[in-house]
Design a protein around this ligand. Structure first.
Ligand code: NI
Length: 233
């Protein structure tokens, strides 16, 4: 098993074997990610594979990098996420998976409960804010300071086909731990502050639609019920 293959972020969807798959091209290989197929219940070991051009052979990865994003009304999205106390390889792997899943979606932030891991971990895209580091993984993040308000449009990878204006704090300070478990603090404003508040909400079972009016929430719930009913047909 070779898991150290270079992967670039260019990707495009196509149909193959009647399964949704994702191709990724790099200098060395074409990697095919078989997206999780809930209906066929494929084992994870069959979910990721590809053809390695230098080794001239097919390869199968035993771990899946792009994870399925849970959608409302999945109950995991409503749970209070557990605090993280162990900072090990497994956590590092999860951060990698979340990063790939976020860019694949594409999104600018992702919380662990969105991929079914009810733990206090978020990843946020900070490419526009910090030039060196592109993705920031924040463990056990907590809002410790805030000021002002702003209204900005939000969407969520777990709340499909809905965007709406949400009122948030304009500036926030967040305490968190990095991948080594060291305590850190960060102050953010404007759009980045919105992303942080949105993702931290996920760790407490709160979705952005909870910030909307009761009427808008009800309308959306009805829309989802209708979509789910149509899927079953
Ligand atoms: Ni979200």
């Amino acid at each position: 098993m070779d898991t150290s293959l270079p992967i670039d972020v260019r990707c495009f969807h196509m149909k193959m074997l009647n399964q949704p798959v994702l191709w990724r091209k790099s200098d060395l290989c074409v990697i095919v990610y078989f997206k999780e197929d809930k209906k066929k219940k494929l084992p994870p070991s069959l979910l990721v594979g590809g053809f390695h051009t230098r080794l001239n052979k097919n390869i199968i990865f035993l771990s899946m990098a792009i994870r399925t994003i849970l959608e409302f009304p999945d109950p995991v999205l409503r749970q209070q996420a557990q605090a993280i106390t162990v900072f090990d390889e497994g956590l590092m792997e999860l951060v990698k998976d979340m990063t790939e899943t976020m860019y694949d979606a594409p999104g600018i932030g992702l919380a662990a409960p969105q991929i079914g891991e009810s733990i206090q971990l978020i990843v946020v895209d900070v490419a526009k804010i910090e030039k060196e580091q592109k993705v920031l993984a924040m463990i056990n993040p907590r809002l410790i300071g805030y000021e002002g308000t702003q209204v900005d449009e939000e969407g969520c990878l777990s709340v499909i086909e809905l965007t709406a204006n949400v009122k948030r704090y304009k500036k926030v300070t967040v305490s968190y731990q990095n991948l080594s478990g060291d305590p850190r603090e960060l102050t953010a404003e404007d759009r980045f502050a919105v992303v942080l508040q949105h993702e931290i909400d996920h760790l407490h079972g709160i979705l952005f639609l909870d910030h909307l009016s009761a009427l808008k929430r009800t309308l959306y719930k009805k829309k989802v019920q209708k979509m789910l009913a149509e899927k079953k047909k």
